[in-house]
Write a protein of this length. Structure first.
Length: 484
């Protein structure tokens, strides 16, 4: 609870009026220094509220995210430089002593956010290049169906499968690109976009390389590859199959296809040969599949693997079109695609990630995790269940990192041993829980940016569906643990 000594605050206020000095004002704020972390949290909540009300305010969410980031960092900077966020504040986080130290903190947080941004830009460029050369046509042909519900089921299982091998961010980008080709009308593909988010998050939860959080737990030796796959795959399957059943109620009848499969095949790009198309697909999609292994064996951030794939694809396309003029529209070079990247989505990501990093600096997330542990009495299902719900509001990476910091792998305690209930539930809940809000996962944010889905529409129509799947998956995990 936030407690402020009213008498001390009043005395400080009187001192300010009497002295009319800058130091009097600083003294006043120092007596209420615990307010600063609360102001930062309030700014974060207000910013998220405006993002949620984008359809009402008609203000682009990227602009709100950038302002939220700047305001949160500004109050953190003012509080730290004036000693108003010292050691022992409300959240126990030490401040900083100088402007140079503040600059280092900003650079550090920007570097962490940059890894996600470069990953996103690289993945979007790779997928776009592969798609422009017809490399994704076989996937669209595989899932294509005139019947709306049949297309939905084929798509969600393909998404979950790809998400277990790739990450959910890349998978979402790939599937949205394919859906745009199959269903040109945004209104018709809205529910398919929703299903992509749910299936991508669920598919990544049972794979040790399918999500950033599972990679963290795997590298930290909290889980093993065999353990998380065998115990979490069924709950993950239920967590998107049940919502898909509910989503299918909104889809009736069949599409009226303007072209046949043969006509689509004949319309494939003529500016590259079949061999070139195959090579680009292998370099692009094959390279994306190997990014988790690149990260595992080199310990470099995943975006370095993405940049490696992009570089190789860039060289390949330059070789293919070296005899064509650089401005020839038939020469699908990477340099042409880079100019088409959606900077609005990138800036939205930047604002969100940098704002969340301030919450990490004031230890708000760790404090929340500690409080959850205290009030729950250490119950694994309750703690991880709440963490999953919270991951739909804030990034699941700091939540999982805080959990890993609060608890040790303890062989003597079954729940906290390697592949214990707590760690496996944490992998499931942190991955699947983000589906409850569209801003709760990387997949949701990127689809929101690419398809202009409003926060309010998603919360009204999809949140309860995702919650049903989330709770059903937890129930299945509890049942299989009890039986086996």
């Amino acid at each position: 609870m936030l407690k402020i000594d009213v008498r001390l605050t009043w005395n400080a206020y009187i001192f300010c009026l009497n002295s009319h000095s800058f130091y009097g004002i600083i003294y006043f704020f120092k007596t209420t220094m615990t307010v600063f972390p609360m102001i930062i949290i309030a700014l974060f909540v207000v910013g998220y509220a405006f993002i949620a009300l984008e359809s009402v305010t008609k203000i682009n969410k990227a602009a709100i995210a950038l302002l939220m980031c700047v305001f949160c960092w500004s109050f953190y900077a003012i509080g730290g430089l004036t000693g108003m966020i010292p050691e022992g504040n409300l959240f126990g986080q030490g401040g900083f002593q100088s402007a140079s130290e503040l600059g280092k903190l900003v650079e550090e947080c920007l570097g962490e956010a940059g890894t996600t941004l470069f990953f996103l830009m690289g993945a979007m460029t790779v997928v776009e290049i592969v798609d422009q050369h017809g490399g994704l046509n076989f996937v669209s042909d595989l899932i294509m169906s005139r019947h709306k519900r049949k297309l939905l089921w084929r798509m969600v299982f393909m998404t979950a499968l790809l998400s277990a091998v790739l990450d959910n961010l890349t998978t979402s980008i790939v599937m949205v690109m394919i859906l745009r080709k199959l269903i040109p009308d945004l209104k018709d593909r809205l529910w398919y976009d929703v299903a992509v988010i749910l299936a991508a998050n669920s598919g990544g939860a049972f794979s040790p390389i399918g999500d950033v959080t599972t990679i963290m737990l795997w590298n930290g030796k909290q889980i093993t590859a065999g353990g998380v796959i065998s115990h979490v795959i069924l709950p993950s399957l239920i967590s998107f199959v049940l919502p898909t059943l509910l989503i299918s109620r909104h889809l009736h009848g069949a599409f009226v296809l303007s072209t046949t499969k043969e006509q689509r095949a004949a319309a494939r790009p003529s500016y590259c040969t079949r061999r070139q198309r195959t090579e680009i697909f292998i370099i692009g999609v094959g390279g994306l599949c190997l990014v988790p292994l690149f990260h595992l064996y080199t310990e470099l951030p995943p975006f370095m693997g993405i940049l490696f794939v992009l570089g190789m694809l860039w060289i390949a396309t330059e070789i293919f079109y070296r005899k064509k003029d650089e401005n020839d529209p038939m020469a699908k070079r990477v340099s042409m695609v880079l100019g088409k990247i959606d900077l609005t989505t990138i800036l939205f990501f930047l604002g969100i990630l940098m704002a969340v990093s301030v919450l990490g600096r004031i230890n708000a997330l760790t404090t929340l995790g500690t409080w959850l542990n205290e009030v729950s009495g250490g119950d694994s299902y309750l703690v991880t269940g709440v963490i999953g719900i919270l991951s739909s509001i804030v990034d699941n990476v700091p939540l999982v990192a805080a959990s890993m910091g609060m608890y040790d792998v303890t062989p003597e305690v079954a729940a906290f041993a390697q592949d214990g209930i707590f760690w496996q539930l944490l992998a499931y809940c942190a991955g699947v829980g983000g589906s409850m809000l569209i801003i709760g996962s990387a997949a949701g944010v990127v689809v929101m940016g690419l398809e202009e889905i409003s926060f309010g529409w998603y919360m009204k129509h999809v949140t309860w569906i995702a919650l049903v799947g989330y709770l059903a998956g937890m129930a299945v995990y509890a049942l299989q643990t009890f039986v086996f």
